[in-house]
Design a protein around this ligand. Structure first.
Ligand SMILES: *[C@@H]1O[C@H](CO)[C@@H](O)[C@H](O)[C@H]1NC(C)=O
Ligand SMILES: *[C@@H]1O[C@H](CO)[C@@H](O)[C@H](O)[C@H]1NC(C)=O
Ligand SMILES: *[C@@H]1O[C@H](CO)[C@@H](O)[C@H](O)[C@H]1NC(C)=O
Ligand SMILES: *[C@@H]1O[C@H](CO)[C@@H](O)[C@H](O)[C@H]1NC(C)=O
Length: 360
């Protein structure tokens, strides 16, 4: 059974890779620019210069990435990298930490490992760039773009054509609510209240993004966090493959996110918001019963589930779901990116996938 699943997973990845190569060769990008907000799922190196432990700028991270170690929290490309390729960008979008004036007009990646919707999220691990600070950084980028283009009308019109991707919220659970020794949120809020306060704050942040010029906005829902190796190690699964109460808590967030996107769509009629539904997109790999999600590719540290520096990872990385105890492998990222770009099931995206959003 496990072999069969591995096999079908292999086929999916194979198809995914074919898609990627098909789109890479297709000339000019479908949108002029692409900005990325989020956490370690899409971080491309923004934490490298920060103080603390919230980093992945050491081997065996990056073992399958063309430039090797970059600060990406996986073996190869992130889902945001692959989506950029599918959109026709010939280079990876640079991190905010390193982006030059020549580069910023095609987009910037602000994402930061351990960051959350909430300011304090991930603080036990050291410095990271919260969603509010990522938005301030974007404001600074806009000022730079305006100074370069020297025509506010032109810049405003230009920024409306870009795709803005936001993949954040996992750490508000993994590195906040689910770590009661460091954070008090689980004592302050029930899971229902917590989902509501997160969505309220995220709503403000997405409105800010709109107010500073974004009109095509991709919002990721949360994956089944109760099926990640780190949570399976930290909590009792009661004989099930995953920690089901965590998946239920995350579902409350996802359900409210759907209502939020409906609300934003009707209040901002000149904007397009769309949700990437990771419950649906990742269903072949996460929570599919006989897969043992507690098996990671690299050897991981007890305290944070990240790879042990310089450890030797597994050899057949194309069939591993998780690279470390929190982060999907490049194979999983390929599945996530290809189904975000072009949905396979009608529940993958709501109301439309990224290829559709790009054309609007
Ligand atoms: C500024 O950009 C707008 C929109 O592209 C254009 O119509 C206008 O002529 C530009 N203004 C100047 C001074 O170049
Ligand atoms: C978005 O809102 C507008 C205005 O309320 C509505 O006409 C449209 O059907 C909505 N679109 C989606 C995809 O929900
Ligand atoms: C996401 O997908 C799941 C499972 O396929 C489905 O039950 C849920 O309704 C979907 N959510 C949205 C927002 O479409
Ligand atoms: C993974 O989980 C299975 C079933 O719960 C268990 O038998 C196995 O020892 C675990 N493996 C690791 C690496 O923790």
């Amino acid at each position: 059974m496990t072999r069969q699943l591995n096999l079908s997973f292999h086929v999916l990845i194979f198809l995914g890779l074919i898609h990627v190569t098909t789109f890479i060769v297709s000339g000019a990008p479908q949108v002029p620019c692409y900005f990325i907000f989020g956490d370690s799922l899409v971080d491309s190196g923004n934490n490298n210069g920060l103080t603390g432990e919230a980093k992945a700028n050491y081997p065996p991270y990056g073992i399958d990435f063309p430039q090797g170690v970059t600060g990406r929290f996986t073996n190869g490309r992130t889902s945001a990298d692959i989506i950029g390729q599918l959109l026709g960008f010939s280079k990876f979008i640079p991190s905010y930490a390193t982006a030059t004036d020549q580069e910023i007009e095609t987009g910037v990646n602000y994402a930061s490992g351990y960051a959350g919707i909430r300011e304090e999220t991930g603080s036990h691990q050291g410095d990271r760039i919260s969603m509010d600070r990522q938005l301030l950084n974007h404001q600074a980028t806009i000022s730079r773009v305006m100074a370069l283009q020297r025509n506010k009308t032109y810049t405003d019109e230009y920024l409306k054509k870009c795709i803005y991707l936001s993949n954040i919220g996992s750490n508000d659970y993994i590195n906040n609510y689910l770590l009661p020794m460091f954070y008090s949120t689980s004592k302050t809020f029930t899971v229902e209240q917590y989902a509501s306060v997160l969505i309220q704050q995220y709503s403000q942040q997405l409105k800010t993004l709109y107010n500073i010029g974004a009109r095509k906005i991709v919002v990721y829902g949360l994956a089944k966090i109760g099926c990640t190796p780190i949570e399976i190690r930290r909590f009792d699964t009661n004989g099930k493959p995953c920690v089901e109460w965590i998946n239920d808590a995350v579902k409350l967030f996802n359900d409210r996110l759907k209502s939020l996107v409906d609300e934003l769509n009707s209040s901002y009629i000149d904007a397009k918001f769309t949700i990437m539904n990771l419950t649906s997109i990742a269903s072949p790999i996460l929570g599919a019963v006989p897969v043992l999600p507690n098996v990671t590719c690299c050897q991981v540290r007890e305290q944070d589930g990240q790879c042990i520096p310089n450890s030797i990872p597994c050899l057949v990385r194309a069939v591993t779901i998780f690279y470390d105890a929190l982060h999907p492998s490049e194979s999983s990222n390929t599945l996530i990116a290809t189904r975000s770009y072009k949905e396979v099931s009608p529940t993958d995206t709501y109301p439309y996938d990224i290829s559709h959003l790009a054309r609007l």
